[in-house]
Ligand binder design. Structure first.
Ligand code: NAI
Ligand code: 15L
Length: 273
């Protein structure tokens, strides 16, 4: 569901990186009420090209001067661009590690005061599924990808402490049209709930650097959002209606990483050489 224009506060210009990606395509529609103009960026081609109240600026996040130009003139950044799965370190380094640094440096130079960072559950992927954690737990990244998101959260924390740039880091669980397997019964985040969370993250005052787990109102969860209660995030969806469909799939072995670790199969990806 798209939030209505009248119900939402509105910024002048929001930058959405990763706009050609799976979530970017959805957010391009859903966050439209949050800004007069949505600046869309990706390294991949965008389809459809450009709509009303949109501007498209292709950019490689690894290119510092291009990112600097990209950020000029925006009021807030939804940073969803980058490599979104486990890959060799060099690929992660360019898009995610250099990329997030470039975004914050540009935010500092151009006076942008709010970033929403698409972090990931893979910063804590090596916790077991029988452990319950909150945002203050020690991170346990499950690969180079998880490490890059962990670095992104540290960059966000540093740029708040040093420059007052506020960030909400959303440790997204699994945001797809529906949960695809047993693990996602716990980690699923509907698009509607993701959109609500982004609205809260954009417009709640004084968030400092807040870390919030991006999950819907699922029955069996591993994550507790009490440290982000000031966001007043109140998920509307649940994975429960999909249970029968998901549990019709063959069950994994009890010692399969997908059944043991919060990060699922990511904990066993690689090495790549
Ligand atoms: P995606 O892979 O579909 O989209 C990522 C986009 O980033 C792609 O369009 C890609 O072209 C772009 N990109 C990659 N390298 C780039 C570069 N060097 N410069 C500019 N753009 C580049 O991923 P998805 O699912 O849409 O996720 C969006 C964000 O949310 C990612 O940062 C991902 O890590 C994060 N996330 C997503 C989750 C999910 O369940 N969909 C779960 C946790 C985190
Ligand atoms: C992620 O971080 C990925 O970007 C997404 O593609 C899913 O794999 C998700 O985590 C997940 O853990 O299900």
């Amino acid at each position: 569901m798209i939030p209505s224009q009248s119900a939402s506060p509105c910024l002048k210009r929001i930058l959405l990186t990763g706009a050609a990606g799976g979530l970017g395509k959805v957010l391009r529609e859903n966050v439209r009420p949050f800004a007069e103009v949505l600046r869309l960026s990706d390294i991949a081609p965008m389809a459809p090209a450009m709509g009303p109240h949109e501007e498209v600026i292709p950019c490689d996040l690894a290119d510092k001067s291009a990112v600097d130009a990209l950020v000029q003139g925006v009021d807030a950044i939804l940073h969803f661009g980058g490599v979104s799965v486990e890959r060799p370190f060099e690929e992660i380094l360019e898009a995610n590690i250099r990329g997030v640094f470039h975004i914050y440096e540009a935010a500092r130079r151009h006076g942008v005061k709010r970033v929403i960072f698409a972090s990931s559950n893979h910063v804590i992927g090596f916790y077991r599924q029988d452990e319950h954690i909150d945002a203050a737990c020690a991170r346990r990244p499950d690969g180079y990808y998880g490490l890059s998101k962990s670095y992104g959260e540290d960059v966000a924390s540093f740029y708040f402490d040093r420059y007052g740039i506020e960030t909400v880091s959303i440790r997204i669980g699994s945001s797809f049209p529906e949960p695809q397997n047993r693990r996602m019964m716990s980690t699923w985040l509907s698009y509607r709930d993701l959109t609500q969370l982004i609205g809260k993250a954009l417009f709640t005052p004084n968030v400092g650097h807040t870390v919030v787990y991006g999950m819907s109102d699922n029955k069996d969860v591993w994550w507790n959002n009490h440290l982000a209660s000031h966001l007043d995030y109140s998920p509307q969806d649940s994975s429960e209606p999909f249970r029968a469909k998901v549990e019709a799939q063959p069950a994994p072995a009890a010692n399969d990483p997908v059944a043991v670790y919060q990060g699922g199969a990511f904990v066993a990806a690689g090495p790549f050489e």
